[in-house]
Design a protein around this ligand. Structure first.
Ligand SMILES: Cc1ncc(COP(=O)(O)O)c(C=O)c1O
Length: 435
């Protein structure tokens, strides 16, 4: 279908330059720190940029130690390994620390949140999502502890930069003696009101990870960090990330190691971005608010957040189409079909229309329990076991929350360099989809 020729879109011009979902925004200071690293020959995984970045992020987030790593995924892997070792003891070098263990995991998230559980030979049990923040549902987590009382570890993410219901989630974990790995990859700079005190995401778990991937709120092109108050944990992660070398004159290894340390060049880029974190958050918030206003006359809702207890970083603006305004649409494993209907639309149609006019959106992250790789893993909803709920003889077996948000939702162009005029055009394209 050629949207640019469709009479519904008459008068709308194609964007000359692509409007991105979320692209890097460089300010110039990054160059200074990269140049300095090269000029002083600290082109390695040690150097002033790494030290300074670790200091500044720990200071910003409000934790004692930050360990700079090659990626958020690396931070999550070492967090999972550390938690596994602390809970269950050291594993043989050819075994993971979570072998034979279940771990409760956010379901609506990027797969990098949960893959480290599998790296360590654990089994992820996916916990359904709640509609108020699109994050882990405390009621479903309670059900999961009822079904699997032996579980001692929970991995939870703050989707699209919106903090989850951390007070309740933390209370449940404490009650059941479980540790939390907080995946704050998407939510750097977001805050949560915990027991009356505003705290940054990235300090809410027992082990915490952030990401500087190219699409994140600030970036180094890649990179991530492990955040903790524990000196011992920071030292262990730093050791593991540099191949677990011992203090011998030769290469001596007591433990399995990884090449996960951040480069001093990448650290220079992130260091140059830190002064602009708040500016990026303010821009992203303005984008979210402009969408909320501009789409308010349509049968759609923006991604929600708890206005009393959270201050998101608004990394991505998203929307869901109200059920009665969802046009027929079906997704297979790799392709989708959708139909147009007056007054209705679908994520597939809106994303295709945006793409035709040279703007980038994206489907909502497909829930983990629906992913082919994890389809046989347990899944728990607020009603209990989320698997095997359908019945040929009983109608209305119900769709889970994550699948529903995935079916009706999409991520909107959220680039902080998008101008108000460009965003108005994006909003107009979405309106025309409902004509
Ligand atoms: C929720 C979430 N967790 C983890 C990651 C992994 O971070 P990285 O790409 O830095 O490895 C990402 C993004 O990439 C993410 O969105």
């Amino acid at each position: 279908m050629d949207f640019t020729q469709d009479p519904r879109f008459r008068g709308i011009e194609r964007f000359e330059k692509r409007v991105w979902l979320s692209s890097p925004t460089m300010h110039g200071e990054e160059q200074k720190w990269v140049d300095e690293a090269i000029r002083t020959n600290w082109v390695s995984t040690v150097g002033a940029n790494i030290n300074e970045l670790e200091r500044q992020i720990a200071d910003y987030v409000g934790c004692r130690h930050a360990v700079a790593l090659s990626a958020g995924t690396a931070a999550l892997h070492l967090a999972v390994k550390l938690a596994g070792e602390n809970l269950y003891g050291q594993a043989r070098p050819d075994h993971g620390t979570l072998e034979g263990r279940k771990v409760f995991c956010s379901d609506c998230t990027f797969d990098a949140s949960v893959n480290p559980v599998a790296y360590e030979d654990g089994e992820a049990v996916f916990i359904d999502t709640e509609y108020d923040t699109w994050n882990m549902d405390p009621a479903a987590l309670e059900q999961a502890f009822r079904l699997y009382p032996e579980v001692r570890l929970v991995v939870l993410a703050h989707l699209y930069g919106t903090p989850g219901r951390m007070e309740e989630l933390k209370e449940i974990c404490e009650k059941h003696g479980a540790l939390i790995i907080e995946d704050a990859a998407e939510s750097l700079g977001a805050q949560y009101l915990l027991h009356g005190k505003w705290v940054e995401t990235g300090t809410l778990g027992d082990y915490n990870a952030i990401s500087f991937n190219g699409n994140k709120i600030i970036t180094g092109s890649s990179g991530g960090m492990f955040l903790t108050d524990s000196r011992e944990d920071a030292d262990k992660v730093r050791k593991w990330s540099t191949q677990s070398r011992e203090a011998a004159p030769w290469y001596q290894h007591e433990e399995i190691g990884y090449n996960y340390r951040m480069s001093n060049i990448i650290a220079g880029v992130v260091r140059g971005q830190i002064p602009y974190l708040q500016e990026h958050i303010d821009q992203k918030r303005a984008i979210w608010e402009r969408y909320e206003k501009g789409l308010s006359d349509l049968p759609v809702r923006m991604n929600p957040w708890d206005r009393e207890k959270s201050r998101p970083n608004f990394w991505l603006s998203c929307m869901t189409i109200d059920p009665e305004a969802l046009a027929p649409c079906e997704r297979g494993e790799q392709t989708e079909l959708w139909q147009t209907e007056p007054g209705k639309s679908s994520p597939g149609e809106i994303l295709a229309a945006l793409a035709a006019f040279n703007a980038e959106g994206r489907p909502i992250w497909k829930p983990m329990h629906l992913q082919p790789i994890y389809r046989s893993n347990p899944f728990v909803t607020a009603d209990g076991n989320g698997r095997g709920r359908t019945n040929a003889y009983i109608a209305g077996s119900g769709i889970d929350v994550g699948a529903d948000i995935f079916r009706r939702g999409l991520c909107l162009p959220s680039d902080n360099k998008m101008t108000p005029e460009q965003q108005d055009r994006v909003i107009e394209i979405i309106h025309r989809c409902f004509d």
